[in-house]
Design a protein around this ligand. Structure first.
Ligand SMILES: [Zn+2]
Length: 166
């Protein structure tokens, strides 16, 4: 269902939420509509496409993005980091660069998005053992980078561009 972009009080991007949650925030006075989607749910209410929080979330840049498999796929743009193929969201696998069997961790620096074929071909080997090069070094994304990547992965960046925010 329709996703709504959430902006911080200073118009920086925070992420997305469901339209139901967005409306709840507006009704409670915690957010205001910045742009409307044109979809009407009630004769006096349009679903917003962008909302802005009334109260700022401070020190956001200090927060770090928690590692998750889904997050790794978003960071890597659903592109296999070995062969470069675009992977359908449902078919994404996560490869441990240093295999778990060698003590490789679930971390931003040690995991990449991989297609099934490459993941299967690499098996429990390091990239050099498998003679498979990574397209780029995996790093922990900053929270702002990650939020923008998340919006891109949901195809919502056009709304932000049209508002001159992105
Ligand atoms: Zn691949």
């Amino acid at each position: 269902m329709t996703k709504v972009i959430v902006l911080n009080n200073d118009f920086t991007v925070l992420g997305t939420t469901s339209y139901k949650r967005a409306i709840r925030l507006i009704v409670k006075g915690k957010a205001e509509t910045v742009a409307e989607s044109g979809i009407r749910i009630h004769k006096s209410m349009l679903i917003p496409s962008v909302i802005r929080l009334i109260k700022a979330i401070r020190n956001l840049w200090k927060k770090s993005v928690e590692w998750s498999k889904h997050g790794v796929a978003i960071r890597d743009g659903y592109i296999c980091q070995y062969c470069g193929v675009a992977i359908p969201k449902a078919k994404v696998t996560i490869d441990h660069v240093i295999p778990k069997a060698y003590g490789g961790k679930n971390s931003w620096e040690n995991t990449v998005c991989s297609c099934f074929k490459c993941n299967n071909m690499k098996e429990n080997r390091t990239p050099s053992e498998a003679n498979m090069a990574l397209r780029k070094k995996p790093v922990q994304p900053t929270i702002m980078e990650f939020l923008l990547q998340k919006i891109e992965s949901e195809g919502l960046e056009e709304i932000l561009k049209s508002l001159g925010i992105y």
